[in-house]
Write a protein that binds this ligand. Sequence first.
Ligand SMILES: [Zn+2]
Length: 69
Amino acid sequence: MVRDMVHVKLTDGCCRECGGELQVTDADDATMQVVCETCGDEYSVEPDAFGDGGVEYWPAIMVELEAAE
Ligand SMILES: [Zn+2]
């Protein structure tokens, strides 16, 4: 299934392996799943991992997930 992903601004966070741009692909109550656009590394982070206090990216991906159901 293809769904819209949430793009993380480089000023907010980047790939822990290569510094590339990240997309948020999935989330639950405690984590977000991110994938690197450059190297393809995929890992989970805290909902507030990108310095937004958990009020920007996490709600955005949750909306996308609900819309996809
Ligand atoms: Zn990377």
